[in-house]
Design a protein around this ligand. Structure first.
Ligand code: AMP
Length: 110
């Protein structure tokens, strides 16, 4: 079964896609936690950080985050978050990074 995010990448489920390249697709989170909340998803299905292979689309996440942040005008800073497993708050087992910005973010997270 393809993951929810693969179905978004394949345009089977609608999403507000803000960026894509050959390695990743990025779209707005359906429950935004900040004025800008974008999920950056490698095209290849990897369950999460704990099962990361050495090579693959995920290696382009950081560069994509930088480009997307610039495109969305996050000149005052932003945060990139990857949740892993139950304690990390991961709910969808397809590796993704949350790009959050548009307001001052608190630290530490809850
Ligand atoms: P995580 O808890 O780190 O696995 O993050 C999963 C994220 O996916 C959550 O922030 C959800 O709000 C988001 N999400 C779930 N379904 C959708 C959807 N159909 N479109 C966009 N974002 C979604």
């Amino acid at each position: 079964m393809p993951t929810l995010f693969t179905r978004i990448i394949d345009r089977e489920i609608p999403a507000d896609i803000v960026y894509e390249d050959e390695h990743v697709v990025a779209f707005r989170d359906i429950q935004p936690q900040a004025p800008v909340h974008v999920l950056i998803v490698p095209r290849t299905e990897i369950a999460g950080l704990a099962s990361l292979p050495e090579e693959g689309d995920h290696r382009h996440l950081l560069n994509a985050a930088k480009v997307i942040a610039e495109q969305l005008g996050l000149t005052n800073g932003y945060r990139l978050v990857i949740n892993q497993g139950a304690d990390g708050g991961q709910t969808i087992d397809h590796l993704h990074a949350h790009l959050l910005g548009g307001r001052a973010l608190e630290w530490p997270p809850g």
